[in-house]
Design a binder for this molecule. Structure first.
Ligand code: AMP
Length: 483
């Protein structure tokens, strides 16, 4: 159903919900039927979020219409809903699946009417002081619909005492800490913002005299838009039709900290992030991995699809034939963080199947992009051995994940991260592999040195932006999550 500044009906918010924070955003300005383009952009960004999708379009009178719901982009929107989203400006959002919290009330964009018109926000990233800000706003009388940190932003803009909208937005942004690549609209004027450390990507493109902003360049490609540049860390860009103005930037950080895990796993390999091709970065990781952890083997296979590029790199540098030894069912959603962890093999079996003819009697190097809980790998090793593999050598194209991400990658708690408490030989033993090798942090960063320095907190435990909510003792299940 398409409604004006609709906030999806939902039960009252609870701070115990744990909405996830991996997302993709798109914004279109100065192009007729902007919603059609935003839809396509979201379609290309589907990998960044499969739980919910939403879009707001703004017509020439400044009226915002919003449609959002649970599910994939193609399920949430149809021709009719998109036709009703009239106007030359649009914002869109996809949200990652949750383990149990969030739901429809956290679908974005958030749209409200305030003194200056219809205000919409779509946000990728995770504020590290959202809980703190929210408590303060609630004490001031603010009423929240969901458990989503973008709502905090909306309230901060609406409550600002500054006279101009630009200054209200500037005022709101100065309160935010943590990760935010964000697009906002007030009437038909759009704003694109990246936090001062630039944790999450946000790129700028041009099409038919209009402007496109998106989380990844693959969204520009589907629209036939030309890539102009990345929105810079701390940049606040105002977009009116096809006119762009840089507003006062956010105070600079000592150094930018783009998320290296975007290159490892999250972004699409056909995107370019921070000046490097994701595919090339992953191949470089794979090549380094082969040099750091060589092993005699008959074939190299990938855990598809996120490790395909890294496995190709390993095969090339290790001079071992690349084979397609595991098939992935593309019609199953990601199985990471299923509500029930009881039948772990079943989850992996739903998604992957070994190719016996490739594996039987072979010494196999299997490359994965990352090990999080280790549950997928444990099942896959078992499947490969059942399919006849003589040896299984697991190679991980990133270092051990030891610390949770508070900046917008969905990770389990520290206790659940297999790399946080076990040594490499212990992990190898648990997974039942013949050998295990992780890419070193130095090797990984050196492979993409031109795009760094990075945030590598999930590997190093060094958090570049203050974890205000964590430090104030909000419950671990909820920390880092938009509250
Ligand atoms: P696990 O079984 O928990 O070790 O999951 C590892 C697999 O999950 C790897 O193959 C990754 O491709 C994938 N993965 C890594 N990080 C994430 C994430 N944040 N969300 C979903 N999947 C992930």
């Amino acid at each position: 159903m398409t409604r004006r500044f609709d906030v999806v009906d939902a039960p009252p918010a609870s701070l115990d919900d744990k909405p996830r924070d991996e997302c993709g955003v798109v914004a279109i300005s100065g192009i007729e039927k902007a919603a059609e383009l935003a839809f396509l952009g979201l379609y290309a960004l589907q990998h960044r979020g499969q739980e919910a999708a939403g879009m707001v379009a703004v017509d020439g009178d400044g009226n915002a219409r919003v449609h959002k719901g649970l599910g994939l982009v193609a399920d949430v929107f149809d021709a009719d809903t998109i036709r009703k989203l009239r106007g030359d400006a649009a914002l869109g959002h996809v949200r990652y699946s949750t383990a149990g919290g969030g739901g429809a009330r956290n679908a974005q964009p958030i749209v409200v009417r305030y003194s200056e018109g219809d205000l919409a926000v779509a946000h990728n990233g995770n504020l590290t002081n959202a809980h703190d800000l929210r408590q303060w706003l609630v004490r001031e009388g603010a009423i929240f619909q969901g458990t989503n940190d973008s709502e905090v932003v909306v309230h901060l803009v609406a409550r600002s005492r500054h006279e101009s909208i630009d200054l209200q937005i500037d005022d709101a942004l100065t309160h935010l800490e943590g990760a935010f690549s964000m697009v906002l609209s007030v009437g038909q004027t759009l704003y694109a913002v990246r936090d001062r450390r630039g944790f999450r990507p946000l790129v700028l493109g041009r099409k038919e005299g209009g402007i496109v902003v998106a989380s990844e360049t693959c969204a520009l490609d589907i629209l036939g838009a030309e890539y102009i540049r990345d929105i810079e860390p701390g940049e606040v860009l105002k977009i009116e039709g096809s006119k762009m103005t840089r507003l006062r930037p956010l105070p600079p950080a000592p150094q930018p900290s783009p998320c290296i895990f975007e290159l490892v796993y999250f972004a699409r390999p056909d995107s370019r992030l921070w000046g490097v091709s994701v595919d090339r970065a992953r191949r470089a990781f794979g090549r380094r991995l082969a040099l750091e952890h060589p092993v005699p083997a008959d074939c190299v296979i990938a855990v598809p699809d996120s490790a395909n590029s890294a496995a190709l790199g390993y095969a090339e540098a290790g001079e071992i034939p690349y084979e397609l030894g595991l098939l992935r069912n593309h019609y199953v959603g990601r199985t990471f963080l299923k509500p029930s962890q009881a039948d772990r093999d079943f989850g992996a079996r739903m998604k992957y199947n070994p190719v016996r003819e490739v594996l039987d009697g072979k010494r196999v190097v299997v490359v994965d992009d990352s090990l999080v809980r280790g549950t997928t790998s444990r099942s896959l090793v078992k499947f490969m051995k059942e399919a006849g593999a003589a040896e299984v050598h697991l190679r991980i194209a990133s270092p051990p994940v030891k610390s949770p991400c508070f900046y917008g990658i969905d990770m389990p708690s520290r206790e659940e991260l297999i790399g946080s408490s076990l040594s490499v030989p212990e992990i190898a033993d648990q997974l039942g592999v013949d050998s295990l090798g992780y890419l070193s942090l130095e090797g990984m960063e050196a492979a993409v040195a031109e795009a760094g320095p990075f945030c590598n907190a999930c590997f190093s435990g060094e958090y570049p932006a203050p974890l205000i909510d964590v430090e104030k003792g909000f419950a671990p299940g909820n920390v880092g999550a938009p509250c």
